[in-house]
Design a protein around this ligand. Structure first.
Ligand SMILES: Nc1nc2c(ncn2[C@@H]2O[C@H](COP(=O)(O)OP(=O)(O)OP(=O)(O)O)[C@@H](O)[C@H]2O)c(=O)[nH]1
Ligand SMILES: [Mg+2]
Length: 317
């Protein structure tokens, strides 16, 4: 197994697309040895710039991601795209559409597209997404774009640690600003009012500006607001230019990295503890016993969890 991992890692570092895809799957599926493999990946000091693209369902995030990718590819950069599929009812049939559209850019040189499902990610999506970011970085990607629907907490967590977060809004959703979940506004470094070909785009821009007037400016300055028509690539070149200049003059790089490392540690720890307990429970049948105990009112779930964690808890005291 370890040999196979060595081959995979070597392939990833040489930029092999096949190794990249296989390594990501193997890590996602927690194939034995994944942690050792990730340690080796971590030794690699390459760090891609990570851009989070979030916003309401259907606002044009994928279309925009494609256009930004094309621009960056023209600049000679290699790009990784992580599309977090909302495996929820929010955007219904959009999933397949996403994949089909994404294929357009995935044939461009140096572009690697990976979809991740919100549900079913072993050990937490935030962590899984960061593993993928790390692997893509090691493979030599210059920029990684992460597209998530800004609805669930998981999705927000994922983009929160990006180097730059882009929030995509659209006209015609009633009060577009209200439609965006509280908590997402605060993490946006840059606002994009997409579908500017539709009525009401200027109104949305004005609403965002008004909102920014009210909020205290952060140390990295007031987030710019851009209008785009992603389907026609209108405004996307200026947007990319702004992204470059913002990434270049970020003053809070160190504090962002601190937040990211902290989140990763907490998330890895939580998922690993859960995984270890799960494994033990399933291995020795104690999960079935615990369920039976609760059902027969012999024990309550809280006591059971306390008992299971007692050795860890006492160790930490
Ligand atoms: N009129 C107009 N339509 C657009 C524009 N950008 C995207 N669209 C259309 O809006 C629809 C949704 O676009 P997507 O890029 O899939 O949006 P999304 O935010 O990725 O959607 P989900 O991933 O499902 O949340 C598609 O039919 C696009 O063609 C735009 O600037 N103007
Ligand atoms: Mg999409």
């Amino acid at each position: 197994m370890i040999e196979a991992w060595d081959d995979l890692i070597a392939g990833v570092k040489q930029g092999s697309v096949r190794s990249l895809a296989r390594m990501i799957s193997a890590v996602e599926n927690r194939v034995a040895g994944w942690m050792e493999a990730m340690k080796l990946i971590h030794l690699d000091r390459k760090t891609a710039k990570v851009i989070g693209i979030t916003g309401p369902p259907g606002s044009g995030k994928s279309t925009l991601t494609d256009k930004i990718t094309s621009e960056l590819v023209q600049e000679g950069l290699s790009i990784g795209i992580i599309a977090v599929d909302p495996s929820s009812p929010y955007s219904g049939g959009a999933l397949l559409g996403d994949r089909l559209r994404m294929r357009d850019v995935s044939i461009l040189p140096g572009v690697f597209v990976r979809s991740m499902a919100t549900r079913g990610a072993l050990g937490g999506l935030t962590w899984a997404a960061h593993d993928v970011v790390k692997i893509l970085s090691a493979s030599g990607k210059d920029v990684i774009l992460i597209e998530t629907v800004g609805v669930g907490q998981d999705e927000i967590e994922i983009v929160r640690t990006a180097d730059l977060v882009m929030l995509v809004c659209v006209p015609g959703q009633g009060d577009a600003i209200q439609a965006i979940k509280a908590g997402v506004m605060e993490i946006a470094d840059l606002f994009v009012v997409n579908k500017a070909d539709l009525n009401g785009a200027d109104r949305v821009v004005a609403d965002i500006e008004a909102m920014l007037d009210l909020s205290s400016s952060s140390d990295c300055g007031r987030p710019p607001v851009f209008k785009t028509v992603a389907t026609q690539s209108t405004g996307t070149r200026d947007l990319v230019a702004m992204v470059h200049s913002m990434l270049a003059r970020r003053s809070d790089e160190r504090s962002r990295r601190e937040v990211r490392v902290k989140e990763l540690l907490v998330s890895l720890l939580a998922t690993e503890v859960a995984r270890l307990v799960h494994e033990k429970w399933n291995r020795d049948g104690s999960l079935a016993l615990a369920v039976e105990d609760v059902l027969r009112s012999r024990k309550d779930p809280y006591s059971i969890v306390q008992e299971v964690l007692a050795p860890v808890a006492s160790h930490l005291k």
